[in-house]
Design a binder for this molecule. Structure first.
Ligand code: EPZ
Length: 422
């Protein structure tokens, strides 16, 4: 079981290349099921979750080449197995994104219910309800969702519908957007998620021949087509990776250039970082993050984009542990996303949480300790704390990290961190 050892206290400086977005690549790969392709995805990251999605698509019958040197994924062929098995789905919830494409193109899908995960129960009821509105009939048995959509006679399986989301859901928006691309007639997605990864998926579908309006807004209108074709699509940079390394610059009192990062993708995170005393500037090659003076505490509430990203909550909390004053952090998206709190506390942080809100009282210094990761973003918040802490920090269970951060110890040691995998 790999572990990461960090000796903290060094201000970071230099530049870090930001990879393709994990949470864009996963739905983009599922979109490969919608056509025989080839679908060429450029700027693809080399992450454990990408390998899992690749294994899932290969067992569906797709051909998926991943040229890691060229950072390119090439998807081609047609699925001949319509089942997404439990042992893959339980490893990665994003597997549920194959459901819309399989139903739209083949009229049937048998997908294991993903089950919960560390940060919450994470149901998929919004995915199911939306697909039912488009004509799919679901039978939930044996832990699987078995869905069928009778052919409409016009060469489609699903029919367009007006779907109003009672709450914003990234995955449900993505599943239904892909399903609508091949449905008969018009689909309207109201209260759709507006995360940059949705816009990236929509752009890729358009390149494949889909007809979509309202990209970037919370109302998407899709005119179904009979068939989608080949396309080449550059994946957007990973805004959460960028935000994470921005916190690394801030927490160590250094300066970093985040190559390829885009200010617009960080939404409210930029405003909050500036409120804490961190300078965020857009340069031609990316975002320049600098912390000169002290860090001030700031309050955040996680919200759907363009609000403060829930995937940045744990990293920001680590930063607030060494800020002057107090900060209040409220998590509104997931019901159990404070597992990093007890671990940060072991490093000397002063945090109390009750329900969905945590109060962090800044301390002058954290102290290194052996800590345990529990999910992807909680684990990286412990790395951030270790970078600033006095002494040595050992982060256990780093397989969580490898799901979402490519070569994190290489990228951080290149800018002066004393970090190694043991
Ligand atoms: C995506 O998950 C991301 N994953 C998550 O990133 C991210 O935290 C989340 O969006 C919110 O931004 C990928 O893109 C692969 P949701 P997703 O559907 O789609 C509830 C990371 O660290 N909900 O927007 O699963 C749900 O329980 C991961 O990279 C329903 O109730 O998130 C949650 O409370 C973690 N019913 C809220 O909505 C549903 O049918 C938002 O979930 C679907 C969701």
């Amino acid at each position: 079981m790999d572990r990461i050892r960090i000796r903290g206290g060094k201000p970071l400086s230099g530049s870090i290349p930001i990879g393709g977005a994990k949470n864009a690549t996963l739905p983009l790969m599922a979109a490969g099921l919608l056509s025989d392709g080839p679908l060429v995805l450029e700027n693809a990251p080399d992450l454990a979750d990408i390998a899992t999605m690749r294994a899932l698509l290969v067992q569906h019958g797709m051909k998926v080449e991943h040229d890691k040197a060229q950072r390119r994924l090439v998807l081609s062929g047609a699925a001949d197995n319509l089942e997404a098995p439990y042992d893959l789905v339980r490893k990665m919830r994003a597997s549920v994104l194959v459901m819309g494409p399989l139903l739209a193109r083949f009229g049937e899908a048998r997908v294991s219910l993903p089950g919960g995960c560390a940060i919450g129960t994470r149901p998929v009821d919004l995915h199911i309800k939306g697909l039912e509105q488009m004509g799919a009939v679901f039978d939930l048995e044996g832990g699987y969702m078995h869905a069928k959509a009778p052919a409409t006679g016009a060469g489609h399986f699903l029919r367009g519908a007006k779907i109003i989301f009672p709450q914003v859901s990234v995955g449900a928006t993505e599943n239904l957007l892909m399903a609508a691309a091949l449905a008969e007639g018009t689909t309207e997605l109201v209260n759709a998620a507006r995360e940059p990864e949705i816009g990236d998926l929509a752009m890729c579908l358009m390149r494949m021949g889909a007809r979509i309006e309202g990209i970037g807004t919370d109302r998407l209108v899709i005119e179904g087509v009979k068939q989608l074709g080949a396309a080449t699509h550059p994946i957007i940079p990973d805004r959460i990776e960028a935000g994470t390394y921005a916190c690394a610059a801030a927490i160590t009192g250094g300066t970093l250039l985040l190559e390829g990062a885009r200010m617009v993708d960080l939404g409210a995170v930029v405003r909050t970082m500036r409120e804490c005393g961190v300078d965020v500037a857009e340069e031609t090659e990316g975002l320049r993050i600098t912390r000169k003076g002290g860090l001030r505490g700031a309050d955040v509430m996680t919200e759907p984009f363009p609000g403060f990203a829930t995937d940045m909550q744990a990293q920001f909390m680590a930063l607030m542990c060494v800020a002057e004053g107090a900060s209040m952090i409220t998590e509104t998206i997931f019901e159990n996303r404070f597992m990093h709190v007890p671990e940060l506390t072991r490093m000397g942080a002063r945090i109390k949480y009750h329900g969905q809100s945590a109060i962090v009282r800044g301390v002058p210094k954290l102290s290194g300790a052996p800590v345990m990761a529990t999910d992807l973003r909680a684990s990286v918040s412990l790395v951030l704390a270790g970078l600033a802490a006095q002494g040595e920090t050992i982060v256990n269970r780093v397989y969580h990290l490898d799901r979402g951060y490519e070569a994190i110890e290489r990228k951080l040691s290149a800018v002066g961190a004393a970090i190694e995998r043991v």
